[in-house]
Design a protein around this ligand. Structure first.
Ligand code: SF4
Length: 260
């Protein structure tokens, strides 16, 4: 009988610590499928930041280097410059990349560092208890915004992909979502493009995954899927925002959705 579905070789045979309905496991699987497809396991280095994705080294069978909070793109820059033959990616969440590591990611992107940044956006600080993040939606209740995020006091949701895509050093930037199988397939295709960007030495590649955090949203996994579709995607439109092979720099909204 032909085998049509199997665990990627780089995805280690151990249980995830992620909560039920969390999407980190899907991102891990997509990463491993791509590492296998491109035979990168022996030369890949993952750099997880601080957050729920911190245990990357327990789940993916590649070299990893844990970074201090927010510093993953700086650590990845150092590794890539010293070992340019290695394939280097970071794995970061909202707080790590969108708050504490904002300076690092902007400057790494602007320098055109030939690394890939994986950004998991679930609009809260997951690991530390569901505090408001830069990506938290207006009106969203979190442990530090119990009455809902208020723009007068807390500002607006930060759109990292739109912010980084125009920088000249950025060769590829995309925002994808994991709320249904069709979008997981689209996410896989975009991740392939991001990885190939680094392999072709074209510069900085950025992948934002819109993801669920049922635990801190205080929703069931099914309710979380609906929340993503109904609340998050209008604030964070999906699409390929930049792809230098196609010379594309798409505006937020209609053109982005037209692609994904
Ligand atoms: S706290 Fe949220 S992001 Fe963290 S593992 Fe649980 S569901 Fe996932």
């Amino acid at each position: 009988m032909q085998k049509v579905f199997a665990r990627p070789a780089t995805l280690l045979e151990t249980g995830f610590h992620f909560c039920p309905g969390c999407h980190h496991g899907i991102v891990h699987r997509l990463l491993c499928e791509e590492l296998d497809r491109l035979s990168l396991a022996d030369r890949a280095v993952g750099v997880p930041g601080v957050g729920c994705g911190v245990f990357l080294y327990d789940y993916i069978g590649i070299d990893t280097c844990e970074a201090p909070h927010g510093r993953a793109t700086a650590v990845a820059t150092g590794i890539k410059r010293v070992l340019p033959q290695q394939f280097v990616f970071t794995y970061q969440g909202d707080g790590d990349l969108g708050a504490i590591g904002t300076a690092e990611v902007i400057h790494a992107a602007n320098r055109g560092e030939n690394i890939t940044v994986i950004f998991v956006n679930n609009s809260v600080y997951g690991m530390t208890g569901g505090q408001m993040a830069p990506t938290t939606l207006l009106g969203q209740r979190t442990t530090t915004s119990p009455a809902g995020r208020d723009c007068q006091n807390d500002g607006y949701p930060l759109r990292l992909t739109e912010m980084l895509a125009p920088l000249e050093g950025v060769a590829f930037a995309a925002r994808v979502s994991l709320h249904n199988p069709a979008h997981v397939k689209k996410a896989r295709r975009a991740l392939q493009q991001a990885f190939e960007t680094q392999l072709e030495k074209r510069g900085f590649s950025f992948m934002e995954f819109i993801s669920a955090c049922p635990t801190n949203w205080r929703l069931t996994p099914q309710q979380s899927i609906a929340h993503m579709e109904e609340q998050m995607l209008s604030v964070f439109p999906l699409g390929i925002y930049k792809d230098t092979t196609a010379g594309v720099l798409q505006k937020e909204g209609e053109s982005a959705n037209a692609v994904l």
